[in-house]
Design a protein around this ligand. Structure first.
Ligand code: HEM
Length: 445
């Protein structure tokens, strides 16, 4: 049976009038949990039910790969890095990288997360005295970029952090634009193409120079960061180290996949706290009781369960990656509907996380959903902010540790406040975004 579907004209009109995010929500209300959009020769099939997430990501995953939907990301950003690779290469690389991202593996980065969080405290001290509005999304992007670049490359100077951050952001913006427009080939010297090529060359040459510098030095003196770990890693079967190109691709991949997503999660947490004063009060109570005004240690995180519940609820209501795609490589039936090979199946954390059959008051920000008892009663796939199955985000532990620490450090001393008339305008811009930003004043507690 064919899933209910709409054509390209209605789709484009709807997206133009309502924005992609809201229009997909309207179609879901009108057409049900599975529906198709035909855009030229391409079919996008949206599937919102947790059973569909399980089907595509776990039980029938051999029928779905990351192919055409990931071509622009592969070609212009991550090459054969983990986000967009497939088959044997993906399997080998995932196995090689997995140990660095286990809960134990990421402990190595907790100290630098705490140090960078403490730097933001100093900066916010001044901002709270000035009383001026700041753009919280930028504050959070700066700290998450600094953390991931230090974790990967031990980049310590602000200049190198800022340069790399803005170059990769240019590359990401270029890819997002290509996905939503009809771009000219790269050899046409448009301003956009030239800017992308300059950014890409800067990123590639900076990483190659870092690798060359390390190779020229005795291994014992290499800094303890992700790049050194990747350079030392050897394939279990062949005993071979990673090629320089793959080292570069995996480094760009980790930055691309991990920086903006974590920055947005923290930004949305500040919005949710400002909009829900009773949650903030509960959070402050826990932080004051456990930390007593001091910086947290990693060990203390276990005693800050409510802070973690706030992070989890932020990832439910405002998942940084609201959609992700899988390309069908063979015919399938999904929840009773035909899936033809070549169809891009769109899974949506944003809408599965608001499914009224699975969540009570889905629109309400309620960290109480994440007590251990209540979490144990959930359908295994009704919550998938990091995707699901073998291709689940490899950085999920890293980013949850980072958000847990940053929230504990910053919320224990400061309360960012919204203008009274602020209304969020949520939209999809590659990642979930606030079209009108999040200007806030920082109040010291
Ligand atoms: C709140 C933060 C994050 C969110 C919401 C998030 C979300 C996701 C999602 C939804 C996917 C699946 C994407 C797809 O299938 O197209 C994914 C994959 C991935 N993420 Fe994350 N991510 C976050 C943080 C991170 C961090 C910090 C890193 C690395 C340091 C990272 C590295 C990756 C990688 C390498 C993949 C590809 C995994 C594979 O295909 O085997 N992510 N992430």
């Amino acid at each position: 049976m064919q899933a209910p579907s709409i054509g390209v004209v209605r789709f484009m009109r709807g997206v133009r009038a309502r924005g992609f995010l809201d229009f997909i929500g309207e179609l879901w209300g009108e057409l049900g949990d599975v529906f198709q959009v035909r855009v030229g020769p391409k079919t996008l099939l949206f599937a919102m039910h947790p059973d569909a997430v399980e089907h595509v990501s776990v039980t029938q995953r051999q029928r779905y790969e990351k192919q055409a939907s990931y071509e622009a990301v592969r070609q212009y950003l991550t090459g054969q890095g983990l986000v967009a690779s497939n088959g044997e290469l993906w399997r080998r690389q995932r196995k090689l990288l997995a140990p660095f991202f286990t809960p134990k593996g990421i402990q190595a980065y907790a100290e630098l997360m705490i140090r960078d969080g403490a730097r933001v405290l100093e900066r916010w001290q001044q901002l709270s005295k000035d009383g001026k509005e700041v753009e919280i999304a930028e504050e959070m992007a700066a700290v998450t970029a600094s953390i991931i670049l230090k974790a990967m490359f031990s980049s310590e100077t602000m200049e190198s952090i800022e340069q790399m951050k803005s170059a990769v952001e240019t590359m990401v913006a270029f890819v997002s634009a290509r996905l939503t427009s009809f771009p000219l080939p790269l050899w046409v010297p448009t301003a956009g193409n030239r800017k992308y090529v300059a950014a890409r060359d800067l990123v590639h040459s900076a990483i190659s120079a870092l690798i060359a510098k390390r190779r020229a030095a005795p291994e014992a003196g290499w800094p303890d960061d992700l790049l050194s770990r990747l350079m030392r890693a050897k394939d279990e079967e062949t005993g071979q180290p990673m090629s320089e190109i793959l080292l570069r691709d995996e480094s760009i991949t980790a930055f691309f996949a991990g920086h903006e997503t974590t920055a947005r999660t923290m930004t949305f947490a500040w919005y949710a706290l400002a909009a829900n004063p009773q949650v903030t009060a509960r959070l402050h109570e826990e932080l004051d009781r456990v930390l007593g005004g001091q910086l947290p240690t990693v060990e203390q995180l276990r005693s800050l369960p409510y802070t973690l519940q706030v992070v989890k609820e932020t990832l439910r209501l405002y998942p940084a990656a609201p959609f992700y795609a899988r390309d069908a490589v063979s015919a399938d039936t999904l929840q009773g509907f035909d899936v033809k090979p070549g169809t891009a199946v769109m899974l949506s954390p944003y809408y599965t996380h608001r499914h009224p059959k699975f969540w009570t008051d889905p629109g309400v920000f309620d960290p109480e959903r994440w007590t251990r008892e209540r979490e144990a009663t959930l359908h295994g796939h009704q919550y998938h902010p990091f995707a699901a199955g073998p291709r689940i985000c490899i950085g999920n532990n890293f980013s949850v540790l980072e958000s847990h620490l940053l929230l504990a450090i910053l919320a224990s001393k400061f309360t960012p406040r919204l203008r009274a008339d602020y209304q969020p305008r949520w939209e999809m811009q590659g990642v979930l975004s606030l079209a009108n930003g999040l200007p806030m004043t920082i109040a010291a507690r």
